[in-house]
Design a protein around this ligand. Structure first.
Ligand code: UTP
Length: 501
């Protein structure tokens, strides 16, 4: 049987023969493209995904309250509730692991940034800091600084391998951007850029949607697509070859992210975790953030809509919300755990369904952009592996030190946008300077513009010699001498007027 005949047979079996409806009228190049699309789809598997996904869509959305438990205290560490010496111990362990080359970073950068409204990958976004650094550059420099700190602490130099997951839309621009900027000072071989998978989009009645006569409509399989991509793109093999044992996974759009955070890594390693989640305290019961908790004794992330208001409002004796562990897409994994997921659990991950407006060609070959949702996209979520962990830990950090998401444009929302991202970074960097014994003067009422290059300080350390007993006039930009167009460190009491504070 020819390849085409065999494809036809499978498509008929799963009621998808319409995919070839324009075969006789498309060009030979278009036929090649269509065949390639079909080869990349496991029709039997996606048909069964559709069934499962739609079944979940039709569930009655019963609240989970009766099955819910908060995180047990022994699995719930926190920066605030740890002593200085405990934090130091975790940090030193993290630095040791880095200097042994056992730590890698899994960056999830395959999203389309629809809400931010950008046509290029979000990592290439310049939020408007004085340095004009993009999210990718900030993260790259945090990695470089951390490698140096690990070296200074242990005397042994090693690299943190940076695994960047992109998608069909973000792969090429990301690769070009890194090459153009010489990997921001990292070694090219330690930046591994790979592509996540795609899943076909379906009509509500189970037909795969055609985007063009010769092209199937497909969308990235969600940030939970990371597990399949790690396995199928040879990334797990790469980790094992390099001896990378511990991974810090995070989203691309948190401007404050402590990339490869040695404290978090040290905490998880010393406590023998195979999987962990960094969380921030939920601001109020109605904040739209998923919370880490237990459902039927297994760890899960539960959305606000899945519990009643009464449960969301429940408080502990200390007055804090019982379900307060706000998930921020910031996780720890051992390579072994990721291998286990790839081998045994990847195909058991939940498929989340989103109803979307998906451009399509009709039976006459005419292309339409619908005005209301006409089909579904299916996505996996990175946190859906928590139930499969043997030793899951949660680590609560201070939001103003570690989390400020960039989701929206300034025009459409006043939250989680470039302005809030910048201001949150300025506020944190001001605190670093003040904690190091410096002062900042700026016009009354304004947020002092204050940016410290990651190459100068990873998390506020090492600033005393630069700022102690000095008053810096905003805007402040502390750059490392090696940085291009090196701007002198602003220091001294340079012209503060009486309107300044
Ligand atoms: P979001 O769900 O916030 O999506 O992704 P997004 O693409 O950044 O923005 P919108 O929803 O289109 O406005 C959270 C993190 O997961 C990554 C994103 O790049 C981001 O770091 N992600 C999301 C992927 O890596 N792959 C995906 O398929 C989806």
């Amino acid at each position: 049987m020819s390849e085409l005949e065999s494809i036809k047979k499978t498509l008929v079996q799963y009621d998808q023969e319409h995919i070839l409806q324009f075969w006789d009228i498309i060009s030979s190049d278009e036929r090649d493209q269509l065949l390639q699309d079909i080869r990349e789809i496991d029709v039997a598997e996606v048909a069964s995904f559709f069934k499962t996904a739609v079944a979940s869509l039709n569930e009655d959305g019963a609240k989970l309250d009766d099955r819910l438990k908060p995180i047990p205290p022994e699995s719930y560490g926190s920066v605030k509730r740890s002593s200085e010496s405990e934090l130091q111990c975790y940090e030193e362990e993290g630095l040791r692991q880095i200097s042994e080359g056992r730590v890698g970073v899994l960056l999830m950068a395959g999203g389309q940034g629809t809400r931010l409204g950008v046509t290029h990958p979000k990592g290439m976004f310049d939020v408007g800091l004085p340095s004009r650094k993009t999210l990718y550059q900030i993260q790259a420099e945090r990695i470089i600084k951390l490698e140096n700190l690990a070296y200074e602490f242990t005397g042994k130099r090693n690299n943190i391998t940076w695994y960047i997951m992109t998608s069909e839309a973000t792969m090429q621009p990301t690769e070009e951007f890194f090459a153009k900027h010489h990997y921001f000072g990292l070694k090219e071989e330690n930046v591994v850029i790979y592509e996540q998978g795609l899943l076909p989009c379906f009509t509500f009645d189970g037909k795969i949607i055609m985007d063009q006569k010769y092209k199937v409509a497909r969308a990235p399989d969600g940030n939970g697509g990371i597990y399949r991509a790690l396995r199928d793109k040879g990334i797990l093999d790469d980790m094992e070859r390099r001896g990378v044992k511990y991974l810090h996974a995070h989203s691309v759009d948190n401007i404050l992210v402590k990339v490869a955070d040695p404290v978090f890594i040290g905490y998880c390693v010393l406590r023998g975790a195979d999987c962990g989640a960094k969380v921030v305290e939920k601001e109020n019961p109605t904040e739209a953030v998923g919370v880490v908790c237990q459902v039927d004794e297994r760890f899960k992330v539960v959305e606000y809509s899945e519990i009643t208001q009464k449960t969301a409002e429940r408080v502990d004796n200390d007055g804090r919300l019982t379900f307060r562990a706000g998930n921020i897409c910031n996780h720890f994994f051992t390579t072994e755990f990721l291998r286990k997921i790839g081998n045994d659990f990847e195909d058991k991950l939940i498929l989340h369904v989103a109803k979307k407006k998906i451009p399509f060609v009709d039976t006459d070959g005419q292309r339409y952009k619908p005005e209301k949702p006409n089909g579904i996209k299916m996505e996996k979520f990175v946190f859906d592996v928590f139930p499969f962990a043997d030793n899951f830990l949660t680590w609560e950090v201070n939001r103003n030190e570690e989390f400020s998401a960039l989701k929206n444009s300034d025009e459409v929302a006043d939250k989680d946008n470039p302005t809030t991202a910048r201001n949150d970074l300025y506020a944190l960097h001001c605190r670093y300077i003040i904690d190091a014994g410096g002062k900042i003067c700026c016009s009354k009422g304004s947020v002092p513009v204050c940016e410290i290059s990651p190459l100068v300080s990873y998390a506020g350390e090492g600033l005393e010699c630069l700022v102690a007993n000095k008053t810096l006039k905003a805007p402040v930009l502390l750059r490392h001498p090696t940085e291009e167009k090196n701007v002198a460190i602003t220091n001294g009491t340079n012209g503060c007027s009486k309107d300044d504070h």
